[in-house]
Design a protein around this ligand. Structure first.
Ligand code: ZN
Length: 299
């Protein structure tokens, strides 16, 4: 089943609900990053929420999320475009933290996401909304469990009261077997009663990773959350890296003529590396000479 996202209106148009199944997307991202389970869950939760947020963008708009906690994973970086293509990487894929319940029989191995993310630090969202216009929002990390941190971000930075849930199930083999996220955002004019109803919903529902593991579709999850809704959007989402040799070439060009000439003089070919997809692009001395020529021609 392909990954996709649905948007629906609920509570007589007082709230908008987003539900995404992100299993394949997160599986791909995590495979490329070679993360250990808790880091996979942290990155996967962030990527899943990024997909929900990207569905609020239009045209060529995109956003970059940085989760910078004080935990061993370092920074989590996720890019998402309005076309619902997502990519992400972490500073330290091998970050680990002790399991919460090691030693008890019931919840052995619950992934300690907050343990790898850390409990202090910040979340930053940069939205490239076109025409060189950027929206930047930044709030502190309050739990390190990601979803809660984003709910706080929406309330503080975008002034939108939201319920956010994200979950990733990682098998002992390290494979991602289920991943998804949902979000309920209040629209202007929402009544106190609606807020109470939403809170009730959240208390009774099982974790989203569990619902996805049980093969619930986003529509099934929506129905589980709220009885009466009206779906207004249904779109595919997927992993995609936008890197290319040409983009890295622009990066080298921006170093300027003298620096590139120096590399040539030192017979030092350039190897560039994309953190998102782990692809390497080589620039030979010949290609560097071409680049110097292009810099000169551009003057
Ligand atoms: Zn790439």
């Amino acid at each position: 089943m392909k990954d996709y996202l649905i948007k629906a209106l609920a509570f007589d148009g007082q709230a908008i609900v987003y539900v995404a199944k992100t299993t394949n997307t997160v599986k791909k991202i995590v495979e490329l990053q070679k993360t250990l389970p808790a880091a996979s869950a942290a990155l996967g939760r962030t990527a899943s929420i990024a997909s929900l947020m990207a569905s609020q963008l239009k045209g060529q708009q995109k956003l970059t999320i940085t989760v910078a906690g004080d935990g061993p994973i370092g920074k989590i970086t996720v890019d998402a475009h309005a076309d619902l293509t997502i990519r992400g990487f972490v500073d330290n894929p091998l970050a680990t933290a002790p399991s919460y319940y090691s030693g008890t029989k019931t919840k052995v191995g619950k992934l300690n996401v907050a343990g790898v993310v850390g409990s202090t630090g910040y979340i930053q969202v940069v939205k490239d909304i076109g025409m060189r216009d950027f929206f930047v929002g930044k709030t502190e990390i309050i739990s390190g469990e990601i979803a809660e941190d984003f709910a706080y971000y929406f309330a503080k930075s975008e002034q939108i009261n939201s319920v956010v849930a994200a979950g990733v199930l990682v098998e002992p083999t390290n494979e991602v077997s289920a991943s998804g996220a949902y979000m309920i955002q209040l629209l202007p004019g929402a009544t106190e009663k609606t807020i109470i109803n939403i809170e009730k919903v959240i208390e009774s529902v099982q974790p989203i990773s569990e619902m996805i593991r049980l093969n619930y579709s986003p529509e099934n999850i929506l129905d589980t959350l709220i009885e009466e809704t009206k779906i207004i959007e249904n779109r595919e989402l997927q992993f995609k890296c936008t890197c290319s040799k040409d983009r890295f070439k622009l990066g080298i060009m921006s170093l300027g003529r003298s620096e590139v000439s120096e590399m040539i003089a030192e017979n030092d070919p350039v190897e560039t590396h994309c953190h998102f997809c782990n692809q390497t692009y080589m620039f030979s001395i010949d290609e560097l000479q071409e680049i110097v020529k292009e810099i000169e021609d551009a003057k």
